[in-house]
Ligand binder design. Structure first.
Ligand SMILES: [Zn+2]
Length: 344
């Protein structure tokens, strides 16, 4: 009698476990078929009251049923969990993807490209030179006297000599490329030299030890390049760069590598030359230095003296970027703060 009942329980239980679809159903089935208070549990509990013969007959069947139902429950649990895991990881192609973050060029690099394009449009080509430069190209070849204060440790980063014959510096201006270029080129030519330069100075809102400069050099036969060419080139460049007419003003100055030499200003683009805090109410912004290439520089390059003439001028790209984007602190450019860079 017990045997038949156990067989029925087991059959129903096995089917129910094999059809169980979720965790809550499975828990209920476990209570119903394998729990202490289940029909089978009651039979197992009652075994002790049976006669030895009955016990011998029912005991093994009941235990076998208990184990079989336990295995069925455990198989059902594995099946349900595996399917749930697969559903959680299912790839939904309709969910919009998250875009990978894209970098962009540093504002100085972008401006540098812009400036190169403007000069290229005027027939200039781009020249380049090393940032660790010999004393010769940075100073001697440019007619800078041996006792010139610019060579002082205070202004220049001198590099360790370490067995080298020549002394090296971190170039203090892009003019260091002038004679390098001339040594391997015969005029006429016009070039621009973009690049980083280095000064040994304390930093503040308007001073950096590392900044970007542009050098512009145009050389041709004597008599064919004049200060007027420089002024025209500069005016054309700044008009293109700022997108409006800009006046260029020259003031007499002195540089060892040019004669005559000038400082040049442009009319203040922030206040239309009316006077503002940036131009200190003068209406003019100091931009850079310029002049006619000194004959000693041509001689250092191996050119025949008096044969050629040319102008050279340089300006700080970083300073122009500050004006163009109205950035109050020069240190932001090289500071590495991504929040600043992201604005461009
Ligand atoms: Zn102004």
């Amino acid at each position: 009698m017990h045997g038949k009942r156990i067989a029925e329980i087991m059959e129903r239980g096995m089917r129910a476990f094999s059809e169980a679809e979720d965790e809550s159903v499975l828990l209920a089935l476990e209570t119903e078929y394998t729990g202490r208070k289940s029909a089978l549990g009651e039979i197992l509990k009652g075994l002790k009251d049976l006669s030895p013969e009955e016990k011998k007959e029912v005991g093994p069947i009941a235990n076998e049923a208990r184990l079989a139902l336990g295995r069925a429950a455990s198989a059902a649990r594995t099946r349900i969990e595996t399917r749930k895991l697969a559903e959680d990881e299912r790839f939904d192609v309709t969910i919009p993807g998250s875009a990978a973050p894209l970098g962009h060029l540093h504002p100085i690099t972008r401006l540098s490209h812009e400036i190169e394009d403007i000069f290229a449009g005027m027939g200039f080509s781009i020249a380049d030179g090393p940032e660790a430069e010999t004393e010769f190209y940075n100073f001697d070849a440019l007619n800078v006297p041996a006792d010139h204060p610019a060579r002082d440790m205070q202004d220049t980063f001198w590099l360790k000599q370490d067995g080298l014959d020549e002394k090296y510096v971190l170039r203090t201006h892009t003019s260091s490329v002038q004679v390098r270029y001339m040594e391997s080129h015969v005029p006429p030519f016009r070039i621009v030299i973009p690049g980083r330069i280095f000064r040994n100075e304390a930093t503040d809102a308007s001073h950096e030890h590392t900044f970007h400069q542009f050098e512009c050099l145009m050389v041709d036969e004597a008599g064919s390049v004049t200060v007027a060419h420089f002024k025209h080139t500069a005016e054309t460049f700044f008009r293109e760069f700022f997108g409006r007419d800009v006046e260029v003003r020259l003031r007499p100055s002195f540089f060892p590598f040019t004669e005559p030499s000038f400082e040049f200003d442009i009319s203040c683009i922030l206040c239309d030359a009316k006077g503002c805090p940036v131009c200190k109410k003068s209406g003019w912004l100091e931009i850079g230095g310029a002049g006619m290439v000194h004959q000693n520089v041509f001689t250092a390059a191996g050119y025949e003296e008096g044969k050629y003439q040319g102008f050279a001028w340089g300006f700080g790209l970083t300073r122009l970027a500050m004006m163009k984007y109205r950035i109050p602190d020069i240190r932001l450019f090289m500071g590495g703060d991504v929040r600043f860079i992201r604005q461009f």
